[in-house]
Design a protein around this ligand. Structure first.
Ligand SMILES: Cc1ncc(C[n+]2csc(CCOP(=O)(O)OP(=O)(O)O)c2C)c(N)n1
Ligand code: SF4
Ligand code: SF4
Length: 590
């Protein structure tokens, strides 16, 4: 009797990591970003077979993995959708020069913006770069499609894209485990400028190959088992892909379905065959109407966007509404969830003891414009800190400060970025300020980690993803090397010195870099100092401590009180209390 295949419950991200292992990947790189982060965090479990790294940003990660693949190594690169914007430049040209070992870009989109600054559809990039696109609809497919994408990439010498979404990356389903298949190729870069150097004379030839490759892959997509027709009732035929396919099966269980998994280049022959076999075609896809547009351009009548929303995440209930609308029926009643009106509002806040709080509090004394960035410190936007005025994208905190300054903004401009963001794409902004004689003050809130995405290491932390000790790159020295002469370091829990440094730097008539240095207490897994307590007799209820926005201080009662289970002992409240009503307590006094 044949042995039963081993199955494991895995998230989509774990399954992508497993697929990388089984397909013989030896090089994996990426930059963290929800919902993609756990792919590399799981690949590192196979570090005996796969070299893996957090790179400083997605472009660098992409270029490193691309080069590994050009030398024959099977490689993956991971990122979230906005990360693909950062890596878009090498992507477009790698499509021309092609690859040698399989190369798969694992990109995770975030429909509904659960934890992202925008909502964009990475499938557009596959079409833009003219590379094959694979869209799994559960964890099992996530693993199998990664393996298939690797195979197609190697066969056609093209980078391939595996596109996941939050729902697939983070939900779990059963995955069949298989053996690893080692890459038989020797790793050696074979010099061939005609192939690898896209100067115009060679590039023009490469361009023609890209078009031919697309045609060949479209034929393969029509035959691929990843694209399948499920014939049922032929009065309605639905074309769908990714997680939307699962919802379609729930909402229209009787309809025929064309499920696309190898979805670009579009499998036109298969689409025509399906459309010819059903009375009416409906396209159900999340975010952009890429398939729908193409199907209409093929002169096939279809329904789609007029019934299926293109903004936000799809769900069974949104599609139930789509179905009711299509059938002219009454919209299903929303389940009214009853919440108690006693529940407090819970705006997002910095953790108790977060070092960023000291900087925001110190900045509040100045009438300045603050350009921010995307780490934990973006929470400084909200009350009571209320300190960030504009955010654009990673690294933008520095270059936007310069732009405002040069545009003639009357107020002094301060740019705030985190340490991971500084290494990601802040350095070039700093160069811009020094080179173009800017005057802004830049604050790097250096908490020694990439906290927002779950505490990943970066070039400043002195640790690699594989768990080795390494050189910790100094932000201060980089600042100086970029041409910034005023570089100061502050400990943000020391309010007086932090305040003084900010006053001095804002008064300076030249650019400056303040590095606010204190490790994230959540990363360190320990309190900053001794727990604080408010003496109700001394407290005059001035509410100064509440201006810190520390979630450990409860202001709902007659006078503020500190929750000793939440207090991290950072001491900021003690320093801002004008009546010495806050002091430290010994554990045994609690
Ligand atoms: C281009 C891009 N890549 C990745 C992300 C995901 N992301 C959001 S904030 C952040 C960095 C946070 O680290 P840091 O700047 O050190 O600030 P901290 O959260 O530690 O305060 C990352 C990687 C993103 N938003 N954009
Ligand atoms: S995770 Fe760390 S950096 Fe982020 S808010 Fe909490 S304490 Fe601050
Ligand atoms: S010391 Fe004060 S500000 Fe710091 S965590 Fe405790 S209550 Fe919050």
């Amino acid at each position: 009797m044949a042995a039963r295949a081993q199955k494991q419950l895995m998230s989509g991200n774990e399954a992508i990591a497993r697929g990388s292992y089984e397909s013989g990947v030896t090089f994996a790189s990426g930059y963290p970003g929800t919902p993609s982060t756990e792919i590399l965090e799981n690949v590192v479990k196979y570090k005996n077979d796969i070299y893996c790294e957090w790179s400083p940003n997605e472009k660098v990660a992409f270029e490193a993995a691309a080069a590994a693949s050009c030398a024959g190594a099977r490689s993956i690169v991971t990122m979230k959708h906005v990360g693909l914007n950062v890596a878009a430049d090498p992507l477009m040209t790698l499509s021309y020069i092609g690859v040698e070992g399989g190369f798969v870009i694992c990109v995770a989109d975030d429909p509904g913006m659960h934890s992202s600054q925008n909502e964009q559809d990475s499938r557009q990039y596959a079409r833009f770069a003219k590379i094959p696109l694979f869209e799994p609809s559960d964890s099992s497919e996530a693993k199998e499609f990664l393996i298939k994408a690797m195979e197609i990439s190697e066969k056609y010498k093209t980078p391939a894209m595996l596109r996941s979404t939050t729902r697939i990356s983070h939900s779990c389903s059963l995955v069949e485990i298989a053996e690893r298949k080692e890459n038989p190729k020797k790793i050696a870069f074979e010099k061939n400028p005609q192939r690898f150097v896209p100067v115009p004379i060679y590039g023009r030839e490469m361009r023609k190959n890209v078009e031919q490759r697309l045609k060949d892959m479209a034929d393969e997509a029509c035959e691929s088992e990843l694209n399948r027709i499920e014939w049922r009732d032929k009065s309605l035929g639905i074309i769908s892909c990714s997680i939307a396919y699962q919802y379609v099966r729930e909402v229209w269980p009787d309809a025929s379905v064309l499920k696309l998994g190898f979805s670009y280049p579009f499998p036109d022959k298969l689409i025509r065959e399906f459309a010819a076999g059903v009375k009416k075609v409906l396209v159900v896809e999340e975010l952009d109407d890429i398939l729908e547009e193409h199907i209409r351009a093929m002169d096939i009548k279809c329904l789609g966007r007029e019934f299926v929303p293109g903004i936000g995440e799809l769900s069974i209930s949104t599609l139930q509404k789509s179905r009711a609308k299509m059938e002219g029926k009454e919209l299903p009643q929303e389940k009214i969830l009853k919440y108690s009106d006693q529940l407090p509002a819970r705006p997002p806040v910095l953790c108790p003891g977060c070092p960023h709080r000291g900087i925001f509090f110190a900045l509040a004394k100045h009438d300045v414009v603050v350009t921010g960035d995307i780490g934990c410190y973006s929470l400084g936007t909200f009350k009571p800190l209320n300190r960030l005025d504009i955010i654009l994208c990673m690294g933008g905190g520095i270059s936007m400060a310069h732009g405002l300054d040069k545009a003639g903004e009357k107020k002094k401009v301060v740019g705030i970025v985190g340490d991971s963001t500084f290494f990601h794409s802040g350095i070039t902004g700093l160069l811009d300020i020094a080179y173009n004689k800017g005057k802004s003050t830049i604050i790097v809130v250096d908490n020694r980690t990439t906290a927002m995405t779950g505490h990943q290491d970066h070039p400043g932390t002195g640790r690699t993803l594989m768990g080795e000790k390494t050189k910790a790159i100094s932000i201060q020295e980089i600042g100086k090397a970029c041409g910034i002469e005023r570089v100061v370091t502050v400990y943000p829990y020391d309010m007086e010195k932090t305040q003084k440094a900010i006053d001095d730097e804002l008064n300076a008539d030249e650019p400056s870099l303040i590095v606010s240095y204190a490790p994230c207490p959540l990363r360190e897994r320990k309190r900053v100092g001794q727990i604080r307590l408010i003496d109700a007799k001394l407290c005059k209820n001035c509410k100064m401590c509440l201006k810190l926005g520390c979630p450990a201080i409860n202001g709902a009662g007659e006078k503020p009180v500190i929750d000793n289970l939440m207090c991290s002992g950072c001491g900021l409240c003690q320093q801002v209390c004008p009546f010495d009503a806050i002091s430290t307590v010994e554990e045994e006094q609690l």
